[in-house]
Write a protein that binds this ligand. Sequence first.
Ligand code: SF4
Length: 58
Amino acid sequence: MEKNSSIGCTVESCEHHAQSESYCTLNKINVGTHESNPKQIECTDCESFVCKSSTSSR
Ligand code: SF4
């Protein structure tokens, strides 16, 4: 898959990660939060994350 050089990412366990390089392969991702009042970096989530092991193809 082609990397998106505008979206750097180090989450290699994600289905959308470029693997060989620290980038996402999606054209667009969605970032959100699981907190009602986010104040720290840990409060933010990539909502486009898909766990690699959760998909059977590959
Ligand atoms: S979808 Fe999110 S977590 Fe997955 S590779 Fe792209 S930026 Fe990283």
